[in-house]
Design a protein around this ligand. Structure first.
Ligand code: DX5
Ligand code: ZN
Length: 222
């Protein structure tokens, strides 16, 4: 069974708690909170104060913070305090400082994810697979919701799955960008554990049915 992370970047931000609550009620397992700084990616979203408010409104949700920012370690404590359960940073944002970034996120009490952009060879993060809880494979260039899925993503996930299996690691694999029931199935077949979906779920007529379908996708049953 795949877990479903709802990317709330596609919500009506004036009604963020209500929109997020709807997807949790429809069965989403995780709220995926995209943070963009206008520097690491060419867009600006929202920061820790918004997470603080959302956490107050929906205290029982699991919050995954996807930091698409240049200095993730600098802001880790703010997001932990705001309610993050897991903080994912971008490998490309911290050349030479991957280890210390992981340590900083752990020190503030959160689980750690590492993310790679579509152009980064997956082998570059093999050394970190046993140091993190999750690997997030971007299937679009980070920065915007509603983009088309890049077809190279499943093979990249499969390569990570093979490496984790070879080393008997339980590191979770997640995919983000352009996920729907078709692209989600391709990623599940490649061995992904968590599917991030934004536009697809927020535009869905029947999000509960779509989430049920996404939940039913899994590596073992493909
Ligand atoms: C893109 C973000 C994604 C995005 C996913 O930079 O990291 O989480 O919001 O949205 P969809 O599912 O619409 O591609
Ligand atoms: Zn994201």
């Amino acid at each position: 069974m795949s877990k479903v992370a709802a990317s709330i970047l596609s919500a009506d931000l004036a009604n963020l708690a209500a929109d997020s609550g709807c997807l949790l009620n429809a069965g989403a397992d995780i709220l995926h909170f995209d943070v963009m700084d206008g520097h690491f990616v060419p867009n600006i979203s929202y920061g820790a104060p918004v997470l603080t408010c959302l956490k107050q409104a929906l205290p029982d949700a699991y919050y995954e913070v996807h930091l698409m920012i240049s200095e993730p370690a600098r802001y880790a404590a703010d997001f932990a305090k705001a309610g993050a359960d897991l903080i994912t940073f971008h490998y490309e944002a911290v050349p030479g400082r991957v280890g210390e970034t992981i340590d900083t996120i752990r020190a503030v009490g959160c689980k750690v994810g590492i993310s790679i952009k579509p152009g980064t060879p997956v082998e570059e993060i093999f050394d970190w697979l046993d140091k993190v809880d999750l690997v997030l494979v971007m299937s679009v260039e980070p920065g915007f919701g509603g983009q088309s899925f890049m077809p190279a993503a499943p093979e990249r996930i499969a390569a990570l799955r093979r490496e984790c299996d070879r080393r008997a690691l339980h590191t979770l694999l997640e995919v983000d960008g352009g996920i729907n029931t078709v692209t989600g199935a391709q990623c599940a077949a490649a061995g992904v554990d968590w599917l991030v979906a934004g536009n697809f779920l927020f535009k869905a007529k029947d999000p509960e049915a779509e989430i049920r379908t996404l939940h039913g996708l899994s590596y073992q049953t493909m």
